[in-house]
Write a protein that binds this ligand. Sequence first.
Ligand SMILES: C[S@@+](CC[C@H](N)C(=O)[O-])C[C@H]1O[C@@H](n2cnc3c(N)ncnc32)[C@H](O)[C@@H]1O
Length: 434
Amino acid sequence: MKVVNLSRNGAVKVRRDVKNLLEADCELLPKSFIPGEWIVLSDQKEKAAYLAYINLNADNEQSMIRVLSKIDGYIREKMHLQGSDLGSLKENEIGENYLKFAINAAIKRRNFFGEFEDDCMRLVYGDADKLPGLVIDKYCNIILVQINTEGIDRHRNIIQKTMALLYPENAVYFLDNAEERVKNGLPIWNDEYSWQNRVSKQHIMLKENGFKIIIDEAVIQKVGYYYDHRYNRHKFENMVKKISRKKIKCAKGLDLFTYAGSWGMHQLRAGVSHVDFVDQGKFSAVVEQNLMLNRYEGKGIFYRTDVYDFLDRRIEEKLKYDVITSDPPAFAKTVRNKEKAINGYLKLYEKIFQILESNAVLAVCSCTNYVSLEDLDFAVNEAFRRLKARDMVSSTGANSIQLVDIGMEGPDHPIASLGDKTHYLKYLLYILSE
Ligand SMILES: C[S@@+](CC[C@H](N)C(=O)[O-])C[C@H]1O[C@@H](n2cnc3c(N)ncnc32)[C@H](O)[C@@H]1O
């Protein structure tokens, strides 16, 4: 295996836990590498070594060198590495060995939280599990794997075999994100394990907080399901039950950006009598099926439309709701667009506040990396303040809002600190009062 010396700057970055390096972060690189070749990065000053892989074909300069882990005593023991000459290790074997170790470690980390129903959860989450570009989601019936980096993609077969061995009851498929792969110079696979070539048209079946959820194979997004809000949805349901035990019995709910209907079904179980589900995607059959599966048929209507148009119509009709959940897609992909994203939330909440009853419950979510809990809370409060200043919430009679709960991603999306790049999910719960 090739050993590459880090430049002074590169070594500082790695010591600070930066995971993506540039060519310039290394001293003279050998002339050629196999795309995704595994290497040892050497920090000569600190006498430390790091396992990494390199792909000089990646379009995005930032993802050319991905650092996996420091090669310390723990890793040496787990991977059975002996001796001090890392250069003598076989590149291919190290890759396979590390993947098996890191996948098992990720699963063990999740098993600590024994309450995941039927093992339905995100088993591996990229950098958060020291496996850059690898996401694995486990459902009741299948396992979906997504790979976005060449270093991992070279060991596709090992990942397939490892998962099949660990979960013999589940079919394992690769659901690749073509756009991401092209960006990283990766081939588009079309083999027996590709999701598009599965033998039967399987739906995704999963369980969450006691709900059974089916997602039609034709409409799945991302790697299938948004497990990340599981704990927030659970907390939300309990809070709504608690806050409005009496009033909520005949309440009207709204689930914006619904996808498979999860937030809305939690509203129904909390006591809301009817929910409007809104999404621009083709999820009518999915939502109806999930309502039926959980015995809520007739308790909800799906509207396939743009959320902003829907809100404008409701404002015009003066139709109001007692409970609203809003779980939109990310509003910004770079830190440069942070202000734009905050303004996007502001615009959204200005509309939402106009259709809330005076004692309503509002849950807002954000999966935008660069928008913090404080930023999101600012957008909610600022929207309310602006409307009040224009006397536009007066028709609801709401005079104040109270923040009653906050949340983040669940433990199957591990983070070490709020400052981690892998921390992205936010949840805030408010009640309005007269
Ligand atoms: C983060 S996902 C929602 C996840 C979902 N709430 C859940 O709990 O599983 C965002 C959803 O917003 C939808 N969407 C994005 N922009 C939209 C828009 N302008 N109007 C309506 N739906 C939109 C997407 O189709 C997607 O289903």
